[in-house]
Design a protein around this ligand. Structure first.
Ligand code: DGJ
Length: 740
């Protein structure tokens, strides 16, 4: 009975609604807004009630005059259709699907409606444009601006939202997505990247089925510990390297994130992505602008390979700090000494660095703390003074000693953190994120400092500033972050009467403020982003960092997989790869694998036997000769380790005259058949002629590849070249050179 009443009511209601809409329809002019890259078009259009909808997402249309006809081609015309494809769906009024935005107004009212007001498109530079679309609530003085920055040539879109109001008191933002996208293709495949310590960036691809699939993080700091904000969306079929339409994206935000992929009742896909609203209702003051982080995405109709190359190009040109510059090869002491070192031990390693031929020595964790010396990971964090027992002459002395050996000197810090066994904790418990009435919870024996507090921001900035003021020749910073946020509570916010639910967001904003200040004063010095392995890497952070540490897992076979998966999103110049003693692979294999990004070492080089030492020096010299191609060239992923017994990856310079191809055995099964087939190259010029030479040969071995044979690019890209990877030749690097 009740159901019947409801259904009668619905019919009546729908009739009235349609009538109202059609009346408005007579008067309202539809506005169509294209957001176009060279190979993709998003069409936004107002409906009869002036609500902005997404009506198209796909290949560009030749004729703009046909834009208005797009909607007629679809037959999604019952009432739900208009709910699902909102360009930024509000909550509390007509929309009953997952909202992009939900607010509680100053008077406590939870309803929001957003109507199109105006839009403008401006040119940012000769490649990029910015479209801003203003939407307003007809009842409350509340507005949202949808922003789309487009790099047409690279097919990259950066999309964010700016939220503002002029109500009498603060408005509570309960949800505030960066992007609310809609796709009408059929069948969607999502690759998300799961992780954990030592197992970062593990891809899983699955078809999206009805309902909402959520990928999110609530870790606070090490946001990528269990899930990453990176994704590949493939349309119509699973993602592949050289075919098909894909969107590769990331939420560029260094805190909690949430991405909802919803297959609606028409089998269309809605994607709502942004900061995770979990425990984060944000109190927004009148006339303050809340700018969401950006959802960044690369679009390609030729598979993930092209999308990655575009993303890498874009990152190097426009985002990664010094993306088109140089990097320092290095020797790090973490795995060589852990916390157990003194001045002499470290100085001896400077000599190793020089003998190897790397640019820099990096002093890792353990150099600080006096009352609570940092001799293991349960003390000292927060007390950033040199430990006088280990380093009686201070860091300045080490910088000079390194210089004498002709190597630069870099240092590790973890400035956002504190051990309860530290002078900092003793003095400033109120600076620590902790619940005052509950037992403390530790991650690696430490807690997180409250970066929503400006005094803490000053302290963290001061750590870096003091290091540079005292040691102007310091050449590098490794910035670590090992703990997640437990017991999220800020004494500062409490004192200021600001809701605790601002903490997760204000923490990240505070961190960005510190990084802004560091970069204003020290614009160039290279910094590595590290987070207990690879717990952090996103394109907002990488505005301030030159590179990141993908994982503490440096076992080289594992690393082939990890580097492959990171390479979808990040260029090799940003990816730090170190040679360590992990695993059982020979030094050649380890160096070859680490040479596919920014090369470093974390071994005691003086313990190597003579042959290994000779090999290391030669390999570093070779690396110096081809690193420019790896850092600035185009990446082609040739043979996927997830699907084959071998893996192959190549980098080509922009002139297509030089390339380096890395081939590895990734499966030790007895009867290896993989190299029966050649590896088919890519990215060369079919008309050019090339030689193929094996490099990084271990002393005493010879190559099975004839280096004097000349091939056309056409041959190498159709038939290929056989690297002869076998159980005896597990790692093969080939240098391809144009012959004129
Ligand atoms: C975690 C990092 O991933 C390591 O490389 C090392 O710096 C340690 N922290 C030091 O505590």
């Amino acid at each position: 009975m009740k159901e019947k009443l409801n259904s009668n009511f619905n019919k009546k209601y729908m009739f009235t609604l349609c009538f109202v809409l059609s009346v408005i329809n007579l008067s309202a002019q539809k506005v169509t807004i294209p957001i176009a890259t060279d190979s993709n078009l998003i069409l936004l259009q107002t409906d009869a009630s002036n609500t902005l909808k997404t009506i198209y997402f796909g290949k560009p249309l030749e004729n703009e005059s046909e834009y208005p006809g797009v909607l007629d081609a679809y037959n999604f015309n019952d009432s739900n259709a208009g709910v699902y494809n909102g360009a930024y769906t509000p909550a509390g009024t007509w929309n009953l699907s997952e909202p992009a935005i939900q607010v509680k107004h100053a008077d406590g009212n939870p309803s929001l409606e957003l109507k199109y007001i105006s839009h403008k498109k401006e040119r940012v530079d000769n490649n990029a444009t910015l479209t801003r679309i203003l939407l307003k609530d007809p009842v409350y003085p509340f507005e949202v601006t949808l922003c789309y920055k487009v790099w047409a040539k690279e097919n990259i879109i950066e999309q964010w939202t700016e939220i503002k109001h002029s109500e009498k008191k603060a408005v509570l933002l309960q949800k505030f997505a960066s992007a609310n996208l809609y796709f009408t293709n059929k069948d969607f495949y999502l690759t998300s990247f799961q992780g954990e310590y030592l197992k970062e960036m593990q891809p899983v691809e699955s078809k999206l089925l009805q309902g909402i699939r959520t990928i999110d993080s609530k870790m606070g700091t090490r946001a990528m510990l269990l899930q990453t904000p990176n994704f590949i969306l493939s349309f119509g079929k699973p993602a592949s390297e050289n075919q098909g339409t894909v969107m590769m994206g990331q939420l560029a935000w260094s805190g909690n994130f949430k991405m909802d992929y919803e297959i609606d009742s028409y089998k269309n896909l809605r994607l709502i992505a942004g900061i995770n609203p979990f425990a984060s209702e944000y109190s927004l003051q009148p006339n303050e602008v809340f700018k969401t982080p950006a959802l960044l995405y690369a679009l390609s109709n030729n598979g993930t390979g092209e999308a990655s190359r575009n993303l890498h190009d874009w990152a190097r040109k426009y985002r990664l700090l010094d993306g088109q510059g140089e990097r320092l090869t290095l020797l790090n002491n973490w795995e060589a000494t852990y916390f157990d070192f003194d001045e002499d031990k470290i100085s001896a390693l400077f000599k190793d660095a020089k003998d190897l031929g790397v640019d820099m020595f990096l002093l890792d964790d353990g150099w600080f703390g006096n009352k609570h010396p940092r001799n293991n990971d349960d003390a000292g964090l927060g007390d950033w003074q040199e430990n006088v027992k280990k380093l009686p002459h201070g860091l300045g002395h080490l910088v000079k000693e390194a210089k004498k050996e002709g190597v630069k000197f870099g240092i590790w810090i973890e400035p956002e953190m504190v051990n309860p066994r530290s002078e900092l904790y003793e003095k400033h418990q109120d600076w620590v994120i902790r619940q005052p009435q509950r037992p403390e919870v530790y991650y690696r024996n430490q807690m997180v400092l409250d970066l929503s507090n400006p005094e803490v921001q000053d302290f963290v900035f001061g750590i870096v500033d003091n290091l540079f003021v005292k040691n102007p020749e310091l050449a590098f910073i490794k910035w670590d972050c090992n703990a997640v946020i437990y017991n999220a509570y800020s004494a500062y916010l409490n004192k200021k009467g600001i809701p605790q639910s601002n903490l997760y967001i204000d923490y990240v904003k505070g961190l960005y403020k510190v990084l802004e200040r560091i970069r204003a004063k020290y614009p160039k010095v290279p910094m590595m982003l590290c987070s207990g392995g690879g717990g952090r890497a996103d394109y907002e952070f990488l505005k301030y960092f030159t590179e990141f540490w993908p994982s503490d897992d440096t076992e080289p076979v594992e690393r082939i997989f990890l580097q492959w998966d990171y390479s979808y999103f990040f260029p090799a110049i940003a990816t730090d790869n170190h040679v360590t003693d992990w695993g059982k692979q020979p030094i050649k294999f380890r160096i070859d694998v680490a040479s596919m990004g920014k090369l470093g070492f974390d071994i005691v080089a003086s313990h190597l036997n003579e042959k290994d030492k000779t090999f290391c020096k030669e390999a570093i010299a070779n690396y110096n000769s081809f690193k420019d191609i790896v850092w600035h060239g185009d990446l082609y992923r040739l043979v996927n380790p997830h699907e084959n017994d071998i893996s192959a990856v190549m980098y080509v310079n922009p002139e297509k005259s030089k390339s380096v191809v890395f081939n590895y055995l990734v499966n030790n099964r007895y009867k290896l058949t993989a190299t029966q087939r050649p590896v088919v190259l890519d990215g060369l010029n079919p008309k050019k002629k090339y030689t193929v030479k094996e490099i990084n040969l271990y002393p005493g071995t010879t190559s099975t590849i004839a280096s004097d044979k000349v091939y056309t690019g056409d041959f190498l890209m159709k038939v290929g070249i056989n690297p002869n990877v076998t159980l005896q030749r597990t790692s093969v690097i080939l240098e391809i050179n144009e012959v004129k």
